[in-house]
Design a protein around this ligand. Structure first.
Ligand code: FES
Ligand SMILES: [Fe+2]
Length: 426
């Protein structure tokens, strides 16, 4: 039975079932993940012709492949004969994918190019109609590859809207304007709902007590603990439209050689030969605006609805596995065209806050799992999302609240409700 979604998502509250119901999870796959634009991979994961990687949208495995002509195709990982997955490697380079079952062979553009013992098929057997099924719409923004399983609908640029500018900002910490997800993947899963992985400026001073303790120990008595994450802070929470949302923590960040990033989830610029060389390269690329370009890049803190987050140097990808089970793939984004040690620092900052064994993410995960436990105790089933509810949208449609407001949570629930109730992709 179809749930009454409008009754479950109200302006100031959301019903627990949105996070705990397996029926709703299955409907989310159909209505959101198998229709709307979803982040799939990054161009740097398949730089050369023949490169491929396997990824997932929901429960459907995909092959993201760079064809001989350089174009990107995304195929369902399913042999057109009797359905076996044709590729099991996470990454590779190949001219052909050969199915292990009966040897049907596809090229990197997905065409069926070989069928063993073809004489036993009749006249009407047409290989050209039996290529790997293609995800109908594929597009990129700043090197991020998105796919939509709906043949028609708004283009990616329209879906991203104001979020696109932040994707562009993120990659500009490189003087070449490109990043590579080449430093490995931090893989994890937790027993909680995928929608908990959001943008939340209210939890920092509580969930991340360990991080604050460590920062305080390092900075000493002068440290203004938690100042950036209170109702008095100048930091902001943003609804960018279409479910995209962000935190603006830039009030505290100043870019200078030798100074740590105040947001502490991005690397600073070291006061050494590599740090000075990096600034020289950035000034060459961006002129007088180089400091501002770096600040904007490392302060990107955005959720691109439904499944991509860019935070500091981190690219985080969220995949629902069940109502109460979520996979998170997290990548430190390496800057192209910079001295190695600059990227090493980015990996260190990633390890410090974002990796599975960091000081930050494990505390988030602990809370997400407690959330799932709590939401099942649903005698009173409502979650309250009323912080900053009175903030009015600006002229350009963005809503901007205090950093602790639940502007991002409401933005996502609004997009969720629209997707779940709309007969068309809109
Ligand atoms: S299932 Fe792939 S060749 Fe038979
Ligand atoms: Fe957190």
């Amino acid at each position: 039975m179809m749930a009454d979604y409008a009754a479950l998502v109200q302006p100031d509250r959301v019903h627990s079932a949105v996070f705990t119901s397996e029926d709703i999870y299955k409907d989310e796959l159909e209505k959101i993940f198998y229709r709307y634009w979803v982040y799939v991979a990054h161009e740097s994961e398949i730089p050369r012709p023949g490169d491929y990687c396997t990824k997932w949208i929901g429960e459907k495995q995909l092959i993201v492949s760079r064809a001989a002509d350089g174009s990107i195709g995304i195929f369902f990982n399913r042999c057109r004969h009797r359905g076996a997955a044709v590729c099991m490697d996470e990454y590779g380079n190949a001219n052909f994918f050969r199915c292990p079952y009966h040897g049907w062979t596809y090229n990197s553009a997905g065409d069926l190019v070989g069928v063993p013992y073809p004489s036993r098929y009749g006249e009407g057997f047409d290989k050209s109609t039996l290529g790997l099924a293609r995800v109908p719409r594929v597009d990129t923004s700043a090197g991020f590859i998105f796919a939509s399983m709906a043949p028609d609908g708004p283009p990616l640029a329209e879906h991203l809207g104001k979020a696109a500018g932040f994707l562009a900002d993120f990659v500009k910490a490189s003087p070449l304007g490109t990043v590579s997800l080449s430093a490995g993947t931090s893989k994890s899963a937790f027993w909680g709902n995928w929608k908990f992985v959001g943008m939340d400026g209210y939890h920092t001073n509580f969930t991340h007590k360990t991080v604050l303790d460590l920062r305080q120990r390092k900075a000493g008595a002068s440290y203004n603990r938690g100042a950036g994450n209170s109702d008095k802070s100048a930091n902001e929470s943003w609804d960018l439209g279409n479910g995209h949302c962000r935190l603006d923590l830039t009030g505290r960040d100043k870019v200078a050689i030798g100074a740590a990033s105040n947001t502490s989830i991005a690397a600073g610029i070291p006061d050494n030969a590599d740090g000075h060389e990096y600034m020289r390269l950035m000034s060459e690329a961006y002129g007088d605006g180089a400091h501002e370009v770096i600040r904007r890049s490392r302060d990107v803190h955005i959720h691109v609805w439904p499944n991509l987050q860019l935070i500091g140097s981190q690219v985080r990808v969220i995949r629902p596995l069940a109502a109460g089970h979520t996979e998170v793939m997290s990548y430190p984004a390496m800057l192209d065209g910079v001295p190695d040690s600059i990227n090493t620092e980015r990996i260190r900052s990633f390890e410090w806050f974002s990796g599975v064994a960091s000081f930050g993410t494990p505390d988030d995960t602990e809370v997400f799992e407690r959330n799932q436990i709590g939401l099942r105790a649903d005698y009173i089933p409502w979650l309250v999302l009323a912080r900053g509810l009175t903030v009015a949208p600006q002229e350009d449609g963005s809503t901007v609240g205090n950093v602790t407001d639940e502007v991002p949570q409401r933005a996502q629930m609004k997009a969720w409700l629209r997707s779940m109730t709309s007969p068309e992709v809109s």
